[in-house]
Design a protein around this ligand. Structure first.
Ligand code: NAD
Length: 677
């Protein structure tokens, strides 16, 4: 690049980043993924390092946040000490270089080696809290770092914010912390927004920012916002602790929630170990973390190092692999599910997200697709978090060049060409014989949660179907084993193993079998509930086919008219009855579930599972449910037992705090009357 090209690029980057800052900080609606922002920011920093004369006061490298919005409804407040940002690092090499810079900055002064207090970098919204004589008098947003907005009523509604300090209070105390929305609250909030025809939030951080921007503090309380305090900023009328870690102890004593994981280490190796430990916790915590922060622990050394315009020299943030990336949308494929539901699936230019190459992502349904206005050829933001299926979050309209093509929702099923039927916003293929549905139904039928036929995974079902060996569900019990043995990759041993599995499946638990049939609306819980009053296939068929069928079904707890209608139409459809008859003729005879005969030993007990258990969560859950217990996902006063495996995190802390009894796997085994679960 020539110098004049570099200058143009410099200007372009400033403009783009300023625009992204505004969308992110002021509107709480990011235009591009953080990873893209971070790349452009690093490019700008590199250019300015090379051409120091180009640095301008309005460059994003010199600024924190974004200018406050015009006409804001909140009063403005100047921060007594600026709320600056943190230097972002993306590799261990950069941490080594940071450590070198710290040592060089101290240059033998201070007389002691720096220690680093390591903490999770919680991904929320920062706020400053001011206490006078122990009483909360003001809470202020970060704003542009110098001036923020007075959001005291909202912060008072945030869980864990003490309105009055405990113990001996100083004359003045200012603390900083990160306000967060629990992932569980975020999920239910978004579900409710979608249900109410409103736009969902892109991630918990935006949901937090959006909630704090409201004048009414009620949503902040209702949406379960929480805070972790991470910095003592000002203290008057008392001696300040000599280290950051001791300050955190003091903050805890005053009653502030402090991050449960804080560790003081003596160099980059310790930071790396902490980073690895937090990365493992990332999927487990109910709050989003986007990295770890390492801060020089000794305050005397911090003072010697000082700060730059935007970031302190004594701290750094080592970021985790991003969860959102940008890529191109190549094609939209309409998939046909086992109930006939049509789901749009994005085919993407392969992109690495969190260490995994993503090629496909969900676009949920026709309405989502329409509202996002995603077009073929668009650059889109894709999010992949934990085990959740990657999803397309939306297009990046600035990247359009006019060649993108709107997507036409098909009028016909892509697999069998039947005319598509609509049920509200959802679109269906109504043809029971649709081959795509048949395959999905079979895949579900044999899956782990259903009949659990080991060795017959999704690919094998495809292979068997292509070879004409599997069609309807009953064909599983009438397989031509010679033809299976002739399939590529199927030797004598694997055929024999599959035969045994199929035999075993004939005597599956009745609730599992009912769930395996894939009746719309009948998940494992519903199936279990139905199997109490209808303890076998015959009684179920009889109920569905007889008088007052709807009433009989809706009398079962948790069954509404929709599921009742779905059961009735399933068990009255002659083709389904033929399939069931053929299964029975082939020897299929679901066994009544042991647990359902009488109230199991765990009846009335509610369990929450956490940490790494020796069996999968699904398996432990099933054991508990078979014994009559209930498994829920959040710890509350109503929880009877928390089953904690290795690396248990926040749930264990919460259970301990609430006095909920904690069991290990052995303890659960004893309750179940076995040695281990
Ligand atoms: P930052 O979020 O990277 O780091 C600083 C912040 O970390 C602090 O203000 C504080 O709120 C928080 N934090 C969490 N835990 C902490 C702890 N233990 N100790 C201290 N601080 C802690 O920096 P920023 O200035 O708030 O935002 C910049 C980042 O925001 C960028 O790196 C980018 O990823 C993102 N961003 C994205 C866009 C976009 O368009 N997608 C636009 C602007 C900014």
């Amino acid at each position: 690049m020539s110098v004049s090209e570099e200058k143009d690029r410099h200007e372009e980057l400033i403009q783009a980043l300023a625009d992204y800052d505004h969308a992110y900080h002021v509107l709480a609606q990011p235009k591009v993924p953080d990873a893209e922002y971070d790349r452009l920011f690093s490019e700008l920093k590199a250019l300015e390092k090379f051409h120091p004369a180009w640095v301008r006061p309005d460059s994003p490298t010199q600024r924190v946040g974004a200018p406050l919005p015009e006409g804001s409804k909140f009063p403005r407040v100047e921060h007594a000490a600026p709320m600056i940002s943190l230097e972002s690092l993306f590799s261990m090499d950069e941490v080594e270089a940071f450590h070198e810079r710290v040592l060089k900055g101290l240059d033998g002064e201070g007389g002691e080696a720096p220690n680093y207090a390591c903490e999770p970098k919680w991904d929320g919204v920062s706020a400053s809290l001011v206490y006078e004589e122990g009483l909360l008098v003001r809470a202020v947003s970060r704003g542009d770092g110098s001036v923020g907005e007075d959001i005291t009523p909202n912060l008072k509604a945030v869980g864990g914010v003490p309105l009055r300090l405990r113990g001996q209070a100083p004359a003045l105390l200012e603390v900083r912390g990160e306000v967060l929305m629990p992932i569980s609250s975020f999920d239910s909030l978004n579900e409710a927004l979608v249900g109410a025809d409103e736009k969902p939030f892109a991630n918990p951080r935006n949901a937090t920012a959006g909630t704090l921007k409201r004048l009414d503090p009620a949503p902040a309380a209702k949406r379960g916002l929480r805070i972790f305090v991470y910095e003592l900023a000002r203290l008057e009328g008392m001696t300040e602790p000599p280290t950051h870690s001791k300050s955190l102890d003091a903050l805890m004593e005053w009653g502030f929630p402090v991050s449960p994981w804080v560790e003081v280490v003596d160099g980059p190796k310790g930071v790396a170990a902490f980073y690895a430990a937090m990365e493992a916790k990332r999927g487990e915590a109910d709050f989003e973390m986007d990295g770890v922060v390492a801060k020089v622990d000794q305050k005397g050394l911090r003072d010697l190092l000082g700060s730059r315009a935007r970031t302190p020299r004594w701290a750094c943030a080592l970021k985790f692999a991003p969860r959102e990336e940008m890529t191109r949308l190549l094609k939209i494929e309409i998939q046909v599910g086992r109930t006939g539901r049509l789901t749009p699936r994005a085919h993407l230019e392969p992109v690495k997200i969190g260490g995994v190459v993503v090629r496909h992502a969900t676009l949920h349904n026709a309405r989502y697709l329409r509202e996002l206005d995603v077009r073929i050829g668009d650059t889109v933001t894709v999010r992949r978090a934990g085990d959740v299926i990657p999803q397309v979050m939306g297009p990046v309209p600035e990247k359009r060049d006019g060649s993108e093509k709107p997507f036409q929702w098909p009028g016909k099923c892509p697999a069998c060409s039947s005319a598509v039927a609509g049920k509200g916003e959802l679109q269906f293929c109504p043809n029971l014989d649709c081959p795509a549905q048949a395959r999905r139904r079979l895949q579900h039928f044999v899956s782990r949660g259903a009949l659990r036929v080991e060795g017959l995974g999704e690919k094998a079902v495809e292979l068997f179907s292509d070879a004409g060996l599997l069609s309807s569900l009953d064909s599983l019990f009438d397989l031509d084993w010679n033809a299976v043995a002739a399939l590529e990759g199927w030797g004598e041993k694997s055929v024999q193993a599959l035969r045994e599995q199929v035999e075993k499946a004939k005597e599956a638990d009745w609730p599992r079998f009912l769930f395996a049939l894939g009746i719309p609306g009948v998940g494992p819980e519903t199936a279990r509930a139905l199997c109490v009053p209808f303890p076998n296939l015959d009684s179920m068929r009889e109920a569905a086919g007889g008088d007052k069928a709807e009433q009989k079904f809706t009398e079962v707890e948790g069954i509404g008219p929709e599921v009742a209608a779905s059961l009735i139409s399933f068990f009255r459809e002659p083709r389904n009855l033929e399939v069931l008859d053929r299964m029975v003729a082939a020897g299929v005879s679901p066994l009544p579930s042991k647990s359902l005969a009488s109230g199991g030993p765990l009846e009335g007990s509610t369990f929450v599972l956490t940490g790494t258990l020796s069996l999968s969560r699904g398996e432990v859950k099933e054991k508990i449910e078979n014994a009559g217990g209930k498994v829920t996902s959040t710890v509350s006063k109503k929880t009877t037992f928390l089953v904690a495996g290795a690396h248990a995190g926040s749930k264990l802390e919460k259970a301990t705090a609430l006095g909920v009894e904690v069991l290990d796997e052995k303890g659960l085994g004893l309750l179940l009357g076995e040695d281990s679960p």
